[in-house]
Ligand binder design. Sequence first.
Ligand SMILES: Nc1ncnc2c1ncn2[C@@H]1O[C@H](COP(=O)(O)OP(=O)(O)O)[C@@H](O)[C@H]1O
Ligand SMILES: [Mg+2]
Length: 315
Amino acid sequence: MGGPVMAESILEVENLTKRFGDFTAVKDLSFEVRPEEIFGFLGPNGAGKSTTIKMLCGVLMPTSGKAQALGHDLFTDAEKVRQRIGYMSQKFSLLDDLTVGENLAYFGQLYGLEGEKLKDAIAQRERELQIKPLEQLLVAKLSTGEKQRVSLAASTMHRPRMLFLDEPTSGVDPLRRRLFWEAMDDLVLDGMSILVTTHNLGEADQCDRLAFIMAGQLMAYGRPRALKEDMGRRVVEVRSERFRELQREAALHPDVISAELMGRGVRLSLPAQANPEAVLAHLRGQGLAFEPKSPELPSLEDLFIKLVQDSRKEA
Ligand SMILES: Nc1ncnc2c1ncn2[C@@H]1O[C@H](COP(=O)(O)OP(=O)(O)O)[C@@H](O)[C@H]1O
Ligand SMILES: [Mg+2]
């Protein structure tokens, strides 16, 4: 590739902290977002996700810490990068009493677009996000899924390099959610980096990398697959008519970390180095009949449940 050497990271956050009075909402948070990645930002309600995004978008001043985006300090040199950052907040900031087309024009102008450039940008966004048929409709008349796509169009009118999306897909059905993710994939292919918060662990699995925060602190950070592998566990699902007995019996086995009911089956969590066959043979020896599925990596849900449980134990 010619031209300047590409920076290793688009966004670097170092020891970011935000206190509201004597309550610490974000504590010593450090992470980075790399070029052209979808970075998932996860955590329970109140974890500090929106507060972090607001600081990175210049809406809220941090108590301490540093952040660099596209080679500029976000807190002291923000005006140099503002135009290359996009932000879609948890509550859409669309204007309800304007049409979709008018909203796009309005936001495009806020970002400094005008004339042909503005027209082109509107046409391109409408095509990409499949919202052209909505152009003449008032935003107030749109469904949640439509508002989300229009909102994404509005927050990317200026083709930002770094885009922050705060729960962009909450409250929509799986089909709309998939449409939204396809749109995000297109933006990434186009050179954008995206930080997105979500409660949906299926979405989290699709992220290139992710951070899981709790009570304002980083609890897990990395590629979804690596995070699952690092748990050092395997999961085996077994189906049985006598699932309650199976669960009780399995829980007594020294190699079983947990045995959870899942519908009419049981989900066994074992250390990665344990032999699942030996555990299953033992259960069969107890007179229990079942069909096992092949052992798998734990899910992100397993990981997050564990992190939440561990933190409760410490507290
Ligand atoms: N302006 C504020 N003043 C006081 N507390 C706040 C303010 N904004 C957020 N908080 C608190 O900070 C914590 C983190 O909030 P938030 O970042 O919105 O969490 P999340 O987006 O992860 O659900 C919550 O306990 C919230 O009540
Ligand atoms: Mg939030």
